[in-house]
Design a protein around this ligand. Structure first.
Ligand SMILES: [Zn+2]
Length: 251
């Protein structure tokens, strides 16, 4: 098995995983790998990632010119190409719409709190990039300031993208993003999100440096911003409405 074929197999395996885990529906999402000479091996347009085979994959250059493959590359690969140009250390990009993480992206809430050790070590946090039209040239612009430091980004009203040293690395980061989102959601439902202390966070950041993790992804020690502004304001609002109603009833 040559290395080019191994890369094709890995992309297909990750395609099956993201589909089986429900991170994509129908033909959503795309996966790519940077090969030698900056050739990009990628999933084609119009195919479910759950049923992709090695022969369906396409190859393009960093300008988006297709150089191999019988199926057309996806317009969303443009985003991958911009990422590869900005981050020479990145060799794979995975884009998916995992439902809980995408829920946070739709709610406009980033996942940047210092709450889970494995997230702080591997990703720092998962910031939210403003919306850009899928497949359009502007999609990557809001991501650019974040791409310098982060390997996982939420895309407003769209999904998430993860970067890795290989396709499994990028895929595992996508798993971490969705797992973090699920845990954050449960913690919210339980009514408390406790962040780690500065000392504990610094210990984890030291670990990151020891593992040679690129960039300076940071997390926040404040609580997740809840829609409506936390516990106090809704109660205040209910109180105000109650007073208004009582006033009207009395008049
Ligand atoms: Zn998408």
């Amino acid at each position: 098995m040559n290395s080019a074929y191994a890369l094709r197999r890995e992309i297909c395996e990750v395609g099956r995983r993201v589909y089986q885990r429900g991170y994509v529906a129908a033909n959503d999402g795309n996966i790519s790998v940077r090969m030698q000479d900056d050739r990009i091996l990628c999933t084609p347009t119009g195919v479910s990632k759950g049923f992709i085979t090695e022969d369906m994959l396409a190859i393009c250059d960093l300008d988006g010119q297709q150089v191999a493959g019988t199926m057309r590359i996806s317009s969303e690969i443009r985003m991958h190409l911009e990422i590869y140009k900005l981050r020479p250390d990145v060799y794979s990009v995975v884009h998916a719409h995992p439902p809980t993480a995408t829920g946070f992206a739709v709610a406009g809430i980033e996942l940047t709190q210092c709450v889970l050790p494995e997230v702080i070590v591997s990703l720092g946090g998962v910031p939210l990039a403003d919306y850009g039209t899928p497949g359009g040239p502007d999609i990557v612009e809001p991501m650019k300031p974040l791409l310098k430091d982060y390997d996982a980004i939420l895309m407003a009203n769209h999904g998430a993208v993860t970067l890795g040293k290989d396709v499994m690395d990028a895929h595992f980061k996508m798993e971490t993003v969705e797992h973090f989102a699920k845990i954050a959601l449960v913690a919210h439902q339980l009514g408390q999100v406790k962040t780690l202390s500065d000392g504990h966070v610094n210990e984890l950041i030291d670990l990151r440096e020891r593992f040679g993790i690129v960039g300076r992804p940071s997390c926040e020690r404040s609580e997740l911003p809840l829609a409506g502004g936390g516990e106090e304001k809704p109660n205040e609002l209910v109180e105000q409405i109650t007073q208004e109603v009582l006033k009207k009833l009395r008049s």
